[in-house]
Design a protein around this ligand. Structure first.
Ligand code: 4NP
Length: 151
């Protein structure tokens, strides 16, 4: 299984999602390939946001070595499943999709936890520190729900 995590900047939410899915899968002995990307070009080549790195580290997840890249149409071919963090990510990915086969791979990550509710992982970029903690916990729960279905 090849899974891509997508947000806007690829510096706050999707790197945490990438790191957590990889870590939890490893812990559970599940073979999975994970990557992340952003729909924007704002931060290409950059490290994740220092607040995301610090919060993830404090919870035992190292995302310091990840680097930002932009989502592209080739990702629809390279991945089996594409999880977006919020509905605007869903729309942005939809603008690049070629057909329904592409879009069938795309879903909101929190639908793994709350099926059909289309809930978003809120963007913590412009908010306070507590947002990063909340994002980590939401993503961890969703990733675990996803892995439960896979195993
Ligand atoms: P992310 O957060 O999509 O979770 O990585 C953001 C990071 C950067 C910006 C917006 C959201 N930005 O506008 O630069």
């Amino acid at each position: 299984m090849k899974v891509l995590m997508v947000c806007l900047g690829n510096i706050c939410r999707s790197p945490v999602a990438e790191g957590l899915l990889r870590q939890r899968a490893e812990e559970q002995g599940i073979d999975i390939l994970v990557d992340s990307a952003g729909t924007s070009n704002y931060h290409i080549g950059e490290e994740p946001d220092s607040r995301s790195v610090a919060h993830a580290k404090s919870k035992g997840t190292d995302i310091s070595l990840l680097r930002c890249r932009q989502f592209s149409v080739e990702d629809f071919d390279a991945f089996d499943q594409i999880f977006v963090m919020d509905y605007s990510n869903y729309e942005n990915v939809g603008k690049i999709a070629r057909n329904n086969v592409d879009m069938k791979k795309v879903d909101l990550l929190l639908n793994q936890l709350y099926p059909g509710e289309n809930q978003s992982v809120p963007d913590p970029y412009f908010g306070g520190e507590e947002g990063f903690d909340q994002v980590y916990n939401m993503i961890d729960a969703a990733v675990n729900a996803y892995l439960k279905k896979l195993s």
